[in-house]
Design a protein around this ligand. Structure first.
Ligand code: EPU
Length: 417
C-alpha cells in the first residue's frame, strides 16, 4: 500500500475525467441493507476505503457481503447475529453509527460506542439519539456503548436541533419500520439524503419530502430487497472542478450533476473561472486571472464544508484577500499550517481562514490530515514549483477512488510510493 504521493507541479489538467459513486451516499445505502432479510444489490459504489470499511461493519453483525465487481455489492441481512457492531470498527468510521437506526427498527435493540472519524471538530450524536428517543426508544449508556431499546418504534414529530446529515439518515432508516408516521423537521437536505430516500422507497418504504427540510416517513410492516445505483460523488466532482481552475487547465468532469454543485459553480464563476453545465457533466476552464472571493461552508444547498479546504487552496492563487468561513465544523482549518509550509499566505482565526494571494507555492513535505485537507494539499501541489511529498495518503484513499490515476490521466505528474 502506497504511503505518499509525490507531485510535480506546473502541469495544467486537460481532457475528461469520470466521477465515481458518492462516498457518503454509499455508506448510507450499505446501512439500509440491514432493514430487510432479502438481498440488496448496490451499484456504482466507489472503490474506496470507507465503503470497504462500512461493509466490514455489517459483516461484523452477521450480514453476508459479496462483491461481484469493484463497484458493486450484494448484501444480505437475513441472518443477523449481533445488534452491536465491533467497537474497533465503529471508532474508525463515523458513518458506522448509521447501523443504529436500522438495527433498532428491525430487531428492537442496538448498541454502539460513540463513532470516531476525521478530527474536524466536535461531532456529537445527540440529534440521532433524540430522534430515536422521540420514537419511543429507551436510550442508556452501558460502559463505552450507547444502548437503544424499543420493542416497537412509533412514529413521532421530531425537530432536529441541527440539520445533521447522518442524524437525518439514521432517523429516516429507523422510521421506515415504525408504527405510524414520523415527520422530521429541520432535516438535512443534501443530495445523499435524497439518494437514501430513493433506495428506501425501492425497498417498499414510504418516504416523502427528502431534499427539503421536512421529511415524512410513513412506517410499513416490512421492507424487501432492491437494486440501486449510487449517485455520483458531488465532492469528488467539485474537487476536479477546482483542480481545473487552480491548474489553469480545461476539464470535462463526466458524470457530475451540476444541480448538486450550484454553490460551487457560482463561486468558481465569481472567482473568474468559466464553467459550463451540461445534463451529465461540468466543463471548467480558467483562461484569465483568478480573483479573491469570500466563501461560507454551510449545509446544502450552500457551499459544502467538504469543499472548503479545496477552495482555500484555490484562493491562494487568486488576486486579493479571501475570507473562508467554516460554519459547519469547529475544527476544519488544520490544513492551514500545511498550506503555509508550501508558502501560502493564509492565517486562521477560529473558524475563519484569511487567504492573501496570489502567492507562488513551493513543493515541500506535507501531511494529509483528513480526506478533504489531503485534497486541498493535492490541489496546491498541482501548481507548486518543484516536488511536493504528501504523506498519510490513506486519508485520500478512504474517500477518493484512485485519485492519483485519475489525475495522471488528465496530465498531472503524480506518483504513489
Ligand atoms: N451535530 C450536532 N449533533 C449531532 C450531529 C451533528 O450538533 O447529533 C453538528 C456537528 O457538530 C457539526 C454539524 O452538526 O457541527 C454537522 O454535522 P453532520 O452531522 O451534518 O455531519 P455528519 O453527518 O457527521 C456528514 C458527512 C461529512 C460531511 C458532513 C456535512 C458522511 C459519512 N459524512 O457528516 O463528510 O462533512 O455530513 O455535510 O455522510 C467527508 O466526506 O469528508 C465528511 C466529513
Amino acid at each position: 500500500m502506497a504511503e505518499r504521493f509525490i507531485v510535480e507541479g506546473g502541469h495544467p489538467l486537460r481532457g475528461s475525467v469520470a466521477v465515481s459513486g458518492s462516498k457518503n451516499a454509499a455508506v448510507a445505502a450499505i446501512a439500509a441493507a440491514l432493514l430487510t432479510a432479502d438481498d440488496c444489490y448496490l451499484e456504482n459504489l466507489p472503490d474506496i476505503g470507507d465503503v470497504e470499511f462500512m461493509a466490514r461493519v455489517l459483516e461484523s453483525l452477521g450480514v453476508e457481503v459479496e462483491r461481484p465487481s469493484p463497484s458493486s455489492l450484494r448484501l444480505n441481512a437475513g441472518r443477523v447475529t449481533s445488534t452491536s457492531p465491533a467497537s474497533e470498527l465503529v471508532v474508525s468510521l463515523r458513518a458506522s453509527f448509521m447501523v443504529m437506526g436500522p438495527l433498532l427498527a428491525r430487531f428492537g435493540q442496538a448498541a454502539c460506542p460513540p463513532p470516531g472519524g476525521d478530527v474536524i471538530g466536535q461531532r456529537p450524536i445527540d440529534v440521532h439519539l433524540a430522534g430515536f428517543a422521540a420514537m419511543g426508544a429507551d436510550i442508556r449508556r452501558q460502559g463505552e456503548k450507547f444502548v437503544a431499546e424499543a420493542p416497537a418504534l412509533g412514529g413521532a414529530r421530531i425537530f432536529m436541533d441541527y440539520p445533521s446529515v447522518l442524524g437525518t439518515q439514521n432517523v429516516m432508516l429507523a422510521a421506515t419500520l415504525a408504527k405510524g408516521t414520523t415527520v422530521i423537521i429541520n432535516a438535512a437536505a443534501e443530495p445523499e439524503i435524497v439518494g437514501l430516500a430513493e433506495l428506501l422507497n425501492k425497498m417498499g418504504a414510504r418516504v416523502h419530502g427528502a431534499g427539503g427540510h421536512t421529511v415524512e416517513i410513513e412506517g410499513v410492516e416490512a421492507l424487501h430487497g432492491a437494486r440501486h445505483a449510487i449517485i455520483p460523488d458531488r465532492i469528488e466532482a467539485g474537487t476536479f472542478a477546482i483542480a481545473a481552475a487552480i491548474s489553469r487547465g480545461d476539464l470535462r468532469i463526466a458524470g457530475a450533476v451540476p444541480q448538486h454543485l450550484q454553490s460551487l459553480v457560482a463561486k468558481l464563476r465569481e472567482a473568474g473561472a468559466q464553467v459550463d453545465e451540461d445534463e451529465g457533466s461540468l466543463g471548467v476552464c480558467c483562461p484569465s486571472e483568478l480573483r479573491a472571493v469570500s466563501i461560507q461552508a454551510v449545509p446544502y444547498p450552500g457551499l459544502p464544508t467538504d469543499l472548503q479546504a479545496p477552495m482555500a487552496a484555490l484562493l491562494t492563487q487568486a488576486t486579493g484577500v479571501s475570507y473562508v468561513h467554516e460554519r459547519v465544523f469547529d475544527n476544519r482549518l488544520l490544513y492551514v499550517s500545511e498550506l503555509r509550509k508550501m508558502g501560502a499566505e493564509v492565517v486562521s482565526t477560529g473558524t475563519t481562514a484569511i487567504v492573501s494571494g496570489p502567492t507562488p507555492l513551493i513543493g515541500t513535505s506535507v501531511r494529509a490530515l483528513d480526506i478533504r485537507a489531503g485534497a486541498a494539499l493535492l490541489l496546491a501541489a498541482l501548481v507548486a514549483r518543484g516536488r511536493t511529498e504528501i504523506s498519510d495518503i490513506y486519508h485520500l484513499n478512504r474517500g477518493y477512488q484512485r485519485i492519483d490515476e485519475k489525475l495522471r490521466s488528465i496530465g498531472a505528474v503524480i506518483n504513489a510510493e
